[in-house]
Write a protein that binds this ligand. Structure first.
Ligand code: RB5
Length: 142
């Protein structure tokens, strides 16, 4: 399982923290940048990660900007990407069960590190329920 991570400057610190955490719990991580606190444009990072996810080079992704809003808007422009802005544990769980989220998006200026780790754990460990939700997701892609 390869998890892609990416952020702009607003999410850089949290992205680094989450990357270390994921590696610590034995996931393979592919880092799409950014690699410093210097200002960058979040759509560029979202595009890099989403393209590799669509090509199955990674299994899922975590994107972080200041609020998470820009990253989620940008990522959801790509067909097949279900990016879910998730700054709490409940929506992290539901985004998997009902929306089959394949990109978790968080706000580096919204959630603290401890909560972010809990959100990531909820999201990684939850499963899609399928059933009626498949029909609804198909309507989005139709
Ligand atoms: C960058 O300052 C900020 O606009 C960005 O990280 C994000 O919050 C956009 O939605």
């Amino acid at each position: 399982m390869i998890i892609g991570v990416g952020s702009d400057h607003g999410g850089f610190e949290l992205k680094e923290f989450i990357k270390d955490y994921l590696q610590h719990i034995s996931y393979h991580v592919s880092d799409f940048g950014t690699y410093s606190n210097e200002s960058v444009d979040y759509p560029d990072i979202a595009k890099l990660l989403c393209k590799d996810l669509i090509l199955n080079k990674i299994d899922c992704g975590i994107l972080i900007c200041g609020t998470g809003i820009g990253m989620s808007i940008a990522a959801n422009r790509f067909k097949g990407i279900r990016a879910t802005l998730t700054n709490d544990m409940f929506t992290a769980i539901m985004s998997k069960r009902h929306n089959n989220s394949n990109v978790l998006v968080m706000g580096g200026r919204v959630v603290g590190k401890d909560l972010a780790v809990k959100i990531v754990d909820c999201w990684l460990n939850e499963k899609f329920e399928g059933d009626r939700h498949i029909r609804r997701l198909n309507k989005i892609d139709a």
